[in-house]
Design a protein around this ligand. Sequence first.
Ligand code: THU
Length: 130
Amino acid sequence: MDLLELARKTRENAYAPYSGFKVGAALKAADGAIFAGCNVENVAYPEGTCAEAGAISAMIAAGQHEIAEIVIVADSPTPITPCGGCRQKLAEFAAPEVPVILAGLDGETVRTTVGALLPGAFSTTHLDAH
Ligand code: THU
């Protein structure tokens, strides 16, 4: 199963009763292992988590720390883009040139990168310079 297909399938398991907006994400780690996540909402709205966060948690739990590629899928006419928080989470585990593929359920697919999504990301260089 490729990343796009896995993200679509995982999206079906999303728990999104409040927004009705299901999102799926699938990523490949640097060692080739594949992980997926979906959004998990909560009646206390801020406690909900994004699909990207779920996929990253699965990767970290398996002992991997480097994203090689990620696909994010939602049911929208034009592909969605990750929220600001998820852009920062991606930047923690992916180099700026890492591809991010954004897709709807069918039709348009947009290819971008972690660096393009979050230019000038806060990073360890800022901590080191402190
Ligand atoms: N959501 C994601 O899971 N990923 C994104 O990139 C954007 C938004 C979720 C959060 C919430 O459960 C729902 O989509 C509506 O914002």
